[in-house]
Design a protein around this ligand. Structure first.
Ligand code: SF4
Length: 723
């Protein structure tokens, strides 16, 4: 029984308008979720007898329910303690059994019931239930039955919804997750499910438990290692390091095969991932004192523990589980004292290997998901699922991914210092070669690119904006990938959809954080200076709604008239604003008139979010003019005229994006007031003027380090990322 069971039970009770009680003494229903895997868990339920009797004396209407994994031999005794023993598989029927009225539908099948999640950060998504492996010590195949899997579409839907609602960590649950096959489509196995989950966009990571070592195909290993969504953490139950005991346990692998699997997993993760993500955290489950386990056989387990070097191990002393094969057929012949001794020996080994593994994190910067705060400390987990804590005096980090520099390690946890995540900016005027450079740099530093360009965001405006050419298949799937490098904020909106610097900032931060969470380097690349500044200086933008009437009035003015109006309202701002940007001038006037404040003062710099390295490209004027001329010629040849005509089928030249360079110039041509050559010349001239204005802006940004070559850029980034 796990947390996702409790969440589904809570959902069914909520459907009956029954809410959680503030204290057990206030409750009208008490539900216990039992686990029979270990005797201690069963004993704990028996131990509640007196408490339940007392509560029933105090509240005559109290109903007590037991559910979960209950062995036949415990049922009779439990029936003396609880009013009802109910199967979670019949959850939908509980309302009838308890003669309660439902107020809303919860679903048909247990796995399909939408749970009430206990956490707002972490969610457990069951993908299967039960098991057909019949390990001889285990009662699961008898208590939970054969493996039943959940429809893959419903799993994906639940995950998508969770991600949309801001969940950051998703656990796929099942007794034997890697035997998964969708009941709706037998071709969707665990590998395909992982591939589908990989396609879900968002700022989250995924883990799963528990897989069986027998079902780790090479394909699964490759897929897992190649997926940033899946964290480098695996729970890989070994149970014993002795081949003869493994056979008696009905575990169909040898110690050699297990070791080989671990080696392969570590190797593939090392090859396919970068930075600290190359380190695969491995935990395991081990049973000591299995019937007939000799000292020599136990030593094989101890040896394997040393050789593998686990990060964590859940060690249990064997106890016969009723209904299991061993319970019926073998004698629990290992003395308790020996089991305890063996348990202690393995724990000592684990303490050494876990500490050694954790030392690799010392002084390294790693992403951490923050889940709690107690006193001065925040607590969270690393991608390898290691607990970590850090001091930070600001509120609001719970549920966030943060970067920590690890300063202290022990065998069981890490301690770090909060550090700002790093961001590399590549800025420069149009046609300066920044896109090509950024792609090469992203390849060198395992990066992804976030576009800081106010026009590349629009769909259908490809040629006139010189959009870098992306893989068509991935583009169809909504992923913009150029030369193997993923680009964000390209091809996202229709040209008539609202977009401004405040929206850009929100979306760019989301994309940058998503890249950082994957352990990759974010590159912010573009020529829209204000967009870059919005991120670098964490500018705060006034939330002022557009004034339709005022905009209609301003629409009639030409660019010089607009500038004069703005100059009067905000003389300081007028010195900094792009005088030729009609949209920006209109907005500036709108803000000044609405707030009565200068527009420029409204954009306050706040505490920066990122530690930034800004690199700039500035080819000399002549070189730039040659490049621009070549680029415009190429655009015309590639069919810019057709692109403009296609856009005009849906939009007019009055639409904001249609008023930009490469598009507005065609108006005269289409009205037969200019020739095609004149259009081309005009685009070239307008682009050159725009590039000059861009350079004027960038030259004022004192933090930019100007580079001439890729080698120089690589050296600067190396220094920045390793300091
Ligand atoms: Fe039990 Fe796990 Fe073995 Fe299945 S694979 S029988 S759940 S121990």
């Amino acid at each position: 029984m796990n947390i996702s069971d409790s969440e589904r039970i809570a959902a069914v009770f909520e459907s009956m308008n029954i809410k959680p009680a503030s204290a057990i003494t206030e409750a009208d229903f008490i539900i216990m979720n039992m686990c029979s895997v270990r005797q201690t868990a069963v004993d704990r339920v028996y131990g509640q007898n007196n408490l339940l009797r007392r509560l029933k004396r105090q509240n005559k209407g109290l109903k007590t329910i037991l559910t979960g994994c209950i062995l036949d031999k415990d049922r009779f005794k439990m029936a003396q303690i609880f009013d009802y023993i109910l199967d979670k598989k019949d959850l939908e029927n509980w309302t009838n059994i308890l003669t309660l009225k439902k107020s809303k539908k919860t679903g048909k099948d247990y796995l399909e019931i939408e749970p009430i999640y206990e956490s707002k950060i972490q969610a457990f998504v069951p993908i299967s239930n039960g098991c057909d492996n019949y390990c001889t010590y285990c009662a699961v195949p008898y208590t939970r039955g054969s493996l039943t899997c959940r429809n893959h579409k419903s799993i994906l839907k639940e995950i998508e919804k969770l991600v949309k609602n801001g969940y950051k960590e998703i656990w796929l649950l099942g007794e034997n997750v890697n035997s998964y096959t969708s009941p709706k489509n037998k071709e969707v196995d665990f590998v395909s499910l992982i591939k589908e989950i990989n396609k879900i966009e968002g700022d989250f990571w995924v883990r799963f438990t528990s897989p069986h070592p027998r079902y780790f195909s090479d394909e699964l290993i490759e897929i897992l290692a190649g997926s940033d969504t899946f964290t480098p953490y695996l729970n890989l139950p070994v149970q014993s390091g002795d081949n003869s005991i493994l056979r008696k346990m009905n575990r169909p692998y040898t110690r050699e095969a297990y070791k080989k699997l671990v080696l392969k997993l570590r190797k593939v993760f090392k090859n396919k991932r970068i930075g600290m993500d190359q380190i695969l955290g491995i935990s395991t489950d081990v049973i000591v004192g299995f019937p007939t386990e000799t000292e020599a056989q136990f030593k094989n387990t101890a040896k394997l523990m040393k050789e593998v070097g686990f990060d964590m191990a859940f060690i249990s002393q064997y106890s016969p589980r009723p209904q299991s094969f061993c319970f019926k057929n073998t004698k629990d012949d290992i003395l308790k004292i020996d089991k305890r001794k063996r348990d202690k020996t393995l724990n000592e080994i684990l303490k050494i290997t876990a500490l050694k593994n954790n030392q690799q994190f010392l002084n390294k910067i790693i992403p951490v998901l923050v889940s709690d705060r107690k006193g001065d400390y925040y607590f969270g987990r690393t991608r390898q699922n290691k607990p970590v804590r850090f001091r930070f005096d600001k509120e609001g980090l719970i549920g966030q991914f943060v970067n920590l520099k690890i300063k202290k390690v022990s065998a069981w946890s890490l301690e770090g210092e909060f550090v700002k995540p790093k961001l590399v900016v590549i800025a420069g005027p149009t046609a300066s070669g920044k896109t090509d450079l950024a792609i090469q740099l992203a390849k060198n530093f395992n990066g992804e690119i976030v576009s800081a360009d106010s026009r590349l965001i629009y769909k259908g405006m490809d040629i006139g904006t010189s959009k870098p050419s992306a893989s068509p298949t991935l583009r169809k799937a909504g992923i913009y990938c150029v030369d193997g490098i993923k680009h964000h904020l390209i091809d996202v909106l229709e040209p008539n959809q609202k977009y401004n610097v405040a929206l850009f900032k929100e979306q760019a931060i989301k994309a940058i954080n998503e890249i950082i969470k994957k352990g990759k380097t974010p590159f912010l690349v573009g020529g829209t200076g204000l967009y870059i500044k919005a991120i670098v200086d964490n500018l705060d933008f006034p939330k002022i709604k557009p004034n339709k009437k005022l905009r209609q009035e301003l629409e009639k003015k030409n660019i010089d008239e607009l500038f004069k109006i703005y100059q009067k309202l905000d003389p300081m701002g007028a010195e900094k604003i792009d005088k030729n940007n009609k949209r920006r001038l209109t907005r500036a006037i709108e803000v000044c008139k609405t707030t009565g404040q200068p527009f420029w003062q409204e954009r306050k710099m706040q505490e920066p979010i990122y530690e930034v390295l800004q690199l700039g490209l500035r080819p000399n004027q002549k070189e730039l003019e040659i490049r621009i001329t070549k680029r415009v010629n190429k655009m015309i040849k590639a069919g810019l005229e057709k692109e403009v005509k296609n856009l005009l089928k849906k939009y007019s030249f009055n639409l904001g994006p249609m008023q930009t360079i490469g598009y507005q110039e065609w108006k005269d041509y289409l009205n037969e007031k200019a020739s095609k050559i004149q259009v081309k010349e005009k685009i070239i001239q307008n682009t050159i003027s725009y590039a000059k204005r861009q350079m004027t802006w960038f030259k004022k940004q004192s933090q930019i380090i100007w580079v001439k070559t890729q080698v120089q850029a690589i050296s600067k980034i190396k220094q920045f990322l390793t300091k």
